[in-house]
Design a binder for this molecule. Structure first.
Ligand code: DMJ
Length: 451
């Protein structure tokens, strides 16, 4: 019902734009997707499909067939286009078998390849989808590329490579992502940690900021999921994940005075006792990775995953709206709460319910369903407006002020993970599917994997 409401309003007021503005009842285009349109359509497709919202799925599919134009000429985020568009199209192709989704994914994938033309092969963050020219984000220090961006291509590019009938595209997409691994394996890592900024020219780190939240997050996620997606054959990815997690456990995992476990950020050896909402995906990731470890490690990691997820739940429980802030800190007198005005907002992000979904599936502890239901109630109470769902500007104020944006990841991720939390385990079973970082399911081992 929430998904139908979000979709119906997007369709009515913003179809073909990237997102719905639910207060002003119009569409938002933004500048992340280089002239591509319909981000919400592509992100919503597989969620509509698995929820059996058939009429709505057909509406979305028709838009892809008739109106989704790939001949655009703007500056796009390589990462965002990959996780939302390529991920959404690939997942819908695998779920439905309908060729249109595969051919659009391949066509778009080909347009992203020039981003890898750098001295190291580490792609830059921004690409012009028309000319193929690429460059780094203006805000990224010294022309660097971002770990979470170039480290979050592997799952989709492997599938593009496997699906492509074109031997050049097949070889290119595979060799590009395998080369990223090579560069990362070669470079020295401070205390085993991966900093967030790397030069695509020299292949060395540009700044020593480490975070399992924004700028780093999905790099770690794609290591463990690459191994799972290969049906546990990609042992290099597993080794990299294990080593990275060991360094994180050793240097970043902390316990607050009030007994809350959290993962701090690291700036050149100095800890910043802060967790972003984005970092809350890590409870689910660590639980997923723990399933395949030896017993002692499995227990330790399951406990860590549960503790982090519980801390993220606290960040929701300690707010007046029962939704969590963009970032929360652990300081004297204040734990798991935002202490800065600029960090109090909630933009319909999925990471906390994502971890509830994994922890539920892997433990069947009913508290994860209770916590998920609390989120459903809070979304209904504070984020539902007349024409859709909106983010809010301050989770500590009721009634909240709305930000007038229904993010596409709300339909791709937040609502999908909530749905899966209350489904039987065999709906998109974790044995058969891995979710890309935008919650688009990709099949495990559907063909022979060779890397
Ligand atoms: C999503 O686009 C993806 O989950 C990404 O990895 C991080 N941020 C957003 C949602 O918060």
């Amino acid at each position: 019902q929430m998904m139908k409401f979000a979709w119906d309003n997007y369709k009515q007021y913003a179809l073909g734009k990237n997102e719905l503005r639910p207060l002003t009842k119009n569409g938002h285009i933004g500048n992340m997707f280089g002239g591509l349109r319909g981000a919400t359509v592509i992100d919503a497709l597989d969620t509509l499909y698995i929820m059996e919202l058939e009429e709505e799925f057909q509406e979305a599919k028709q838009w892809v067939e008739k109106s989704f134009d790939l001949n655009v000429n703007g500056e796009a985020s390589l990462f965002e286009v990959n996780i939302r568009y390529i991920g959404g199209l690939l997942a819908t192709y695998y779920l439905t078998g309908e060729e249109v989704f595969k051919s659009k994914a391949l066509e778009l994938g080909e347009k992203l390849l020039p981003a890898f033309n750098t001295p190291t092969g580490i792609p830059r963050g921004v690409i012009n989808l028309g000319s193929g020219m690429s460059w780094s984000w203006g805000w990224a220090s010294a022309g660097s590329s971002i770990l979470a961006e170039f480290g979050t291509l592997h799952l989709e590019f492997l599938h593009l490579s496997e699906l492509s009938g074109n031997p050049v595209l097949c070889l290119l997409s595979l060799s590009q992502v395998m080369n990223i691994r090579r560069v990362l394996n070669r470079v020295e890592k401070p205390q085993g940690l991966y900093p967030n900024f790397l030069s695509p020219v020299t292949g060395s780190w540009v700044q020593h900021h480490v975070s399992i939240g924004g700028l780093g997050d999905s790099f770690y996620e794609y290591l463990i999921k690459s191994w799972l997606m290969s049906d546990k054959r990609d042992s290099e990815a597993k080794r990299m994940y294990d080593d990275a997690l060991e360094a994180i456990e050793k240097h970043l995992v902390k316990k607050s005075a009030g007994g809350l476990t959290y993962i701090a950020e690291w700036r050149g050896g100095i800890l910043d006792h802060k967790m972003g909402h984005l970092a809350c995906f890590s409870g689910g990731m660590i639980a997923l990775g723990a399933q395949h470890a030896a017993e002692e490690r499995r227990q330790r990691h399951m406990q860590l995953a549960a503790e982090i997820t519980s801390t993220c739940h606290e960040s929701y429980a300690r707010s007046d709206t029962k939704l969590g802030p963009e970032a929360f800190r652990f300081e004297a007198g204040s734990e798991a709460m935002a202490t800065r005005l600029s960090e109090r907002y909630y933009i319909l992000r999925p990471e906390v319910v994502e971890s509830y979904m994994y922890l539920w599936r892997l433990t069947h502890d009913p508290k994860y369903r209770h916590w998920g239901w609390e989120v459903v109630q809070a979304l209904e109470k504070h984020c539902r407006v007349e024409a859709g769902f909106s983010g809010i500007r301050d989770v500590y104020t009721t009634p909240p002020t709305h930000d007038n944006m229904q993010q596409s990841f709300f339909l791709a991720e937040t609502l999908k993970y909530l749905y899966l939390l209350f489904c039987e385990d065999d709906v998109l079973s974790l044995e058969d599917w891995v979710f890309n970082t935008e919650a688009h399911p990709l099949p495990i081992n559907h063909t022979d994997f060779k890397a």
